[in-house]
Design a protein around this ligand. Structure first.
Ligand SMILES: Nc1nc2c(ncn2[C@@H]2O[C@H](COP(=O)(O)OP(=O)(O)OP(=O)(O)O)[C@@H](O)[C@H]2O)c(=O)[nH]1
Ligand SMILES: [Zn+2]
Length: 355
């Protein structure tokens, strides 16, 4: 695969040139496991480790390579290379780190489009779509919405559901498909573009794996598993999370991606709830919370049917979660600072006492 086919862009090449990275080989991280990486390059899949310098200069885990990253490498053995640098990311999908309150964990980077998936049956839930939408907006990812399993209901019913989504979310591309009958799949394929990177966001069981099969550019036994010739011709199966799609698109699918979204504190509310923010400008009080105030333009819009009440409820809920998350980050930074100060004092004390 050429770098362009992997999604390489002119701005990345410019960065490479202006930062003396021309002698290095460029590749894209396809999987990561305990600081060992599989990197897709024009020479095939390489097994990579970090150059010591890169690890020691990293201030946090997010400075280390993640799936989707473009990296500069130097090969040192057949099929092996050292990673020297991570090129700048144009989008980052992250979530609150499990068990570490207030800390973030990168799931994947350099994604162009987030395909938000919901199905016509049990999973039909516009609040959840708004959550994924907010996540996309906060991450620098362009959203699109796919309603799946349309074969389970009649065409007018499908249209009704699409209309319900449309009234709440007016501007995001919206399509309906069935993985079973294939209806709408050709239309969806037209939205997949060469060199663009996609990810699928949605609850378990909405049909993400089936969509990957429908949109996958190659015949595969099991998604993400491929055989590669590495280690001097030894044939091994590696887990790969950059999946070729139709028309030359690239799909990132990794375990973290399947868990992202629902409880993550993220900003980006302004983009998802643009209508509410616009209305808020007309509220009587500048610090209006849009809950019970007199002269609240948002509540007025709900009363006269301009704004969906559920959208406002969802907004309030997400806003509260976001506030909690922001507070926990602030507390963590404060704690880190206190710990740092204590550490310094102990060091100075030891120096004075010479032990
Ligand atoms: N009727 C119908 N069933 C579908 C369609 N797409 C997927 N399914 C079924 O829905 C179930 C879940 O589909 P998956 O593709 O595994 O869903 P998923 O989102 O990948 O689920 P996770 O792997 O748990 O995240 C399977 O039994 C599929 O056969 C569809 O368009 N129509
Ligand atoms: Zn208000």
């Amino acid at each position: 695969m050429t770098l362009e086919e992997l999604g390489y862009r002119p701005d990345l090449e410019n960065y490479r040139k202006s930062h003396n990275l021309e002698p290095f080989m460029i590749g894209r991280v396809a999987s990561e496991h305990r600081e060992r990486y599989h990197v897709q390059s024009e020479q095939g899949m390489l097994e990579c480790e970090l150059l010591g310098n890169l690890r020691f200069s990293a201030e946090s885990r997010s400075d280390l390579p993640a799936v989707g990253d473009w990296v500069a490498m130097s090969p040192y053995d057949e099929g092996k290379a050292l990673i020297h640098a991570v090129l700048p990311r144009y989008s980052i999908l992250e979530r609150q780190a499990v068990g570490k309150f207030g800390e973030k964990q990168i799931i994947a980077t350099n994604i162009d489009v987030g395909i938000i998936v919901l199905s016509v049956n049990r999973d039909f839930n516009i609040n959840r779509v708004e959550r994924y939408l907010t996540l996309c907006h906060a991450s620098g990812i362009e959203p699109m919405i796919i309603l799946t399993k349309t074969d389970l209901i009649t065409q007018p019913e499908v249209q009704q559901l699409l209309d319900r989504i449309r009234t709440r979310i007016p501007e995001v591309p919206l399509l309906a498909v069935s993985n079973l009958s294939g209806q709408g799949i050709d239309d969806l394929k037209k939205h997949i573009l060469k060199g663009k990177t996609y990810c699928l966001l949605g609850s378990s069981g909405v049909g993400k794996s089936s969509l990957i099969n429908s949109l996958s550019g190659e015949v595969r036994m099991e998604i993400g598993e491929i055989s590669e010739m590495i280690d001097r011709g030894k044939h091994v199966t590696t887990h790969r999370e950059l999946i070729p799609m139709v028309n030359g698109g690239i799909l990132i699918d990794n375990p973290g991606m399947r868990e992202v979204g629902i409880t993550d504190g993220q900003s980006g509310l302004e983009s998802t709830f643009g209508t509410i923010y616009a209305l808020a400008g007309q509220c009587k009080f500048t610090d209006c919370t849009h809950t019970s105030e007199v002269g609240c333009a948002v509540l007025e819009a709900v009363r006269n049917g301009e704004l969906d009440e559920q959208a406002l409820e969802n907004f309030h809920k997400m806003e509260r979660e976001n506030a909690r998350f922001t507070t926990s980050i602030r507390e963590k930074h404060k704690k880190d600072k206190i710990m740092g100060k204590m550490f310094k004092e102990v060091k100075a004390h030891r120096k004075r006492k010479k032990f």
